[in-house]
Write a new protein. Sequence first.
Length: 259
Amino acid sequence: MTNQIRPYEPLTSQNAALVLVDHQVGLMTGVRDYSTGELKHNVVALAKAAKSLKLPIIVTTTARDSMWGPTFPELVEALPGIEIIDRSSVNAFDDARVARAIEATGRKKLIFAGISLEVCAAFPAITAVGKGLDAYVAVDASGTFSETKRQVGLLRMLQAGVIVSDYATLMVEILKDNARPEAGEVYGAIDMAWANLSARSPTPTESNRLVEKAFLQTHGRAPSASIWSRSAAHFSRASSAGHSSCPHGVRRYSTFGGT
């Protein structure tokens, strides 16, 4: 593992680009380290936040028509009109069109996410480091097929000098200043919409939407009636106490129990 210490140079809207690799329906079915709902949520949130921050975004698939199928539709919907580069190479950076698209951004810091983590995200990230670029991998917007693959993939990337992080932290680093006009849109994309509600208590509808999002993210399904009942009771108690219940309610949704 490299021990070289480099001066911290933050990600910005001017120096970073996002590369999304192989978020395809066939590969999604094999992911075991995240639920399908949670992984889709994270990838779409990353894409939306990057779009709000005006980052160049490159999307690529491999063997779309013969093996792994198309990009999952929620991601396509989040990035309307974007070209998706289909290729045959395992390492996205080995495809001349992908390499040209990355080079055309002029960005020296590349954020990768892909399925699988240890191949589709790791290989191009490691290649980028070898080319003298700074490579980041959004681990929770990637997925893989076993715990062994996850652990060795992370170790290999760290050994090569890739910076690993979660998608929300990368986007907030780029945002940098909460006074930016994009701040509300970015926080909304990464499921921190309650960051904009400090001036007032959220409505029951706003609170319930956040609870539903959080539940879908973890369980891949909508909350049952019994869970909604407990959520409503919590909202009522928090509102009576004069507290904004959204952030607390999102943290507590998983304790509601029931099915």
